[in-house]
Design a protein around this ligand. Structure first.
Ligand code: ZN
Length: 104
């Protein structure tokens, strides 16, 4: 359990990050604050992941986000398309962060 001061510090840090992000991508700060906060929350509260190997033949397969550990995608056993490595939220944030990174 985090202390209130820790959360306040985390929020301040997010706000700084958001103002930096805003300049580059012009997204609404509330959305980014929410998304960044949500990712931190997800990282702190990872789900119990299903081990695909333990499932019976014919079961769908579960793939988890590399960033937050939550479900990224569920696919039929005979899937042929590429597996998503990130959930929609982290995909979005990574895109923003990488965009900034590449712009230097
Ligand atoms: Zn994620």
């Amino acid at each position: 359990m985090k202390e209130q001061a820790d959360w306040d510090a985390a929020i301040e840090m997010l706000k700084k990050k958001v103002s930096y992000l805003e300049v580059s991508v012009k997204l609404k700060s509330e959305e980014l604050i929410w998304a960044l906060g949500e990712r931190e929350y997800r990282k702190a509260h990872p789900p119990v992941q299903i081990n695909n190997i333990s499932l019976p033949t014919g079961s769908p397969l579960y793939f988890y986000c590399h960033a937050c550990g939550h479900l990224a995608e569920e696919k039929p056993e005979d899937y042929t398309t590429a597996v998503k490595t990130h959930c929609a939220l982290c995909q979005e944030l990574e895109g923003i962060e990488n965009g900034i990174y590449h712009r230097g």
